[in-house]
Design a protein around this ligand. Structure first.
Ligand SMILES: *Cc1c(COP(=O)(O)O)cnc(C)c1O
Ligand code: SF4
Length: 451
């Protein structure tokens, strides 16, 4: 049994293993954590991080802010402000300025995915793709530890109106009734597994009790298997969680745990192995996903090893993502060409059983764009792309081409190939953006002709 103990920017010096760091290294953590909030825990510290090689250890980098995550100038300025004991307000203003320079709201999540019910916006729900509704339970908007690359970082910094909190279960159920094309509810956060069993149960029971035959899958997006597997083993209410999972399956609803793993090192502890077994015995299926990240997993070996280990444990590899264009993107980002090379090289090393994984893909405004690869057509190098998910379902699967650019990191960096003025989806996408709420649902390109 392990009792959860969290550490953050105020308490991290209490971590015994931190004696491995010199004063400058500790001070760097303190400085960067003013901008990028950080939180870790005793499982990560005791069982995941290799303190003998912490400087290059992916688990250390994943959990502790690094100097190079800020621009040199910002780091220097902030350091000097803190060492001069500058007034709190002044520091806060500067910190806020740095944050605003880090694209805190990528892909228009706030403006474009929040649906309306009877004419009113409902906070706590996002509905971008026809079949899947994201649900942000208000008690699940934090995590057991924070990932240094996380695109949800503004949520953890208290940057204003950004928590997509949701208390109104009734609204969610009503929304589902009015939108029968939704088959999947994805609980997300933060990390919904941070919630007490009794709270999670309240939400899930509301769905089960509402008698919505359309709902085929409940997904829970979580990093808890990686950061706190004891959630399913020895936490006070772990038995209740397991029972709840079983109940969902018994009701004939597929329970999909969308587990977030960034490195095979997260898959090697006894606690992880036991937690996976306990979850799988409930009938739930565990699918895995991760972004490709410089300093953490930017190598085909890491991915191939990770996928093989996941399958060995009975999990299903699902997505490889590009790092979002937010936060410390300069530190973590892997360009499109490298990402697709890493993916292909890893994919080539594993058997078909692991090839359920798709990627690399970019979760951009119009949809999830899959980078299929680089091709040479009539002597011209191009990126071959297609939608895995689209704001308009009819975009999915259709190949399209962008000019080759070795520096490209994200969809925004790309230009259409072959002298085209725009990508095939852009006209409809721009029209969609003018409609206040615009999930794919019943909308098709025909509906947009009059828009
Ligand atoms: C990825 C994602 C989903 C789920 O897509 P699947 O391809 O069904 O896994 C749903 N909503 C949003 C906003 C997403 O980014
Ligand atoms: S667990 Fe998920 S939501 Fe939480 S910090 Fe990590 S990536 Fe972000």
């Amino acid at each position: 049994m392990k009792v959860y103990k969290a550490y953050n920017s105020r308490s991290f010096l209490d971590i015994p293993q931190l004696s491995a760091l010199n004063d400058e290294q500790k001070n760097a953590i303190r400085i960067v954590s003013q901008v990028l909030p950080f939180k870790t825990n005793n499982y990560v510290i005791d069982e995941l991080i290799d303190w003998n090689n912490f400087e290059t250890d992916p688990m250390f980098i994943l959990n502790f802010p690094q100097k190079d995550m800020l621009k040199k100038l910002n780091f220097k300025e902030l350091k000097s402000m803190l060492s001069k004991n500058a007034p709190k307000q002044e520091v806060a203003r500067y910190v806020n300025e740095i944050r605003l320079g880090m694209n805190p709201h990528p892909a228009g999540q706030l403006e474009h995915n929040v649906p309306t019910l009877n004419g009113e916006k409902i906070q706590g729900i996002q509905h971008k793709y026809r079949e899947t509704m994201l649900f942000f339970p208000s008690q699940g908007q934090t995590c057991h530890a924070y990932c240094t690359f996380c695109f949800r970082w503004p949520q953890f910094t208290g940057m204003g109106d950004i928590k997509f909190a949701m208390k109104q279960t009734d609204l969610m159920i009503e929304y589902l009734r009015q939108n029968p094309e939704i088959t999947d509810i994805l609980f997300t956060g933060g990390d919904p597994m941070i919630m007490k069993a009794s709270v999670l149960k309240k939400y899930i029971d509301a769905i089960l009790d509402a008698g919505l035959p359309q709902i085929k899958t409940i997904r829970i997006g979580t990093k808890s298997l990686s950061f706190w597997p004891y959630r399913f083993l020895t936490d006070e209410d772990s038995g209740e969680i397991i029972e709840l999972f079983r109940r969902v399956s018994d009701r004939g609803i597929h329970l999909a745990i969308m587990a977030h793993f960034n490195h095979y090192k997260e898959l090697q502890t006894d606690a992880l192995e036991e937690a996976v077994n306990v979850i799988r015995q409930t009938g739930a299926q565990i699918r895995t996903q991760s972004p490709v990240l410089n300093h953490i997993n930017a190598s085909a070996e890491v991915w191939a090893t990770m996928w093989k280990r996941q399958v060995e444990l009975g999990m299903v590899p699902y997505y490889m993502f590009m790092a979002r264009n937010t936060g410390a993107q300069d530190y973590f980002s892997v360009n499109m060409e490298s990402a697709v090379n890493i993916f292909n090289e890893a994919y080539q090393q594993v058997s078909g059983i692991c090839r359920t994984v798709r990627g690399p893909s970019m979760s951009a405004g119009p949809g999830k764009v899959h980078i299929n690869g680089i091709a040479e057509i009539n002597g011209k190098k191009v990126y071959v792309l297609s939608f895995i998910q689209g704001r308009l379902p009819e975009w999915v699967g259709k190949p399209f081409f962008a000019e080759y650019d070795p520096e490209a990191l994200w969809l925004d960096d790309l230009k259409p190939a072959f002298g085209e003025k725009e990508f095939f989806f852009e006209k409809d996408y721009n029209k969609l953006l003018k409609i206040s709420y615009l999930p794919g649902r019943s909308i098709s390109s025909e509906d947009l002709q009059s828009a």
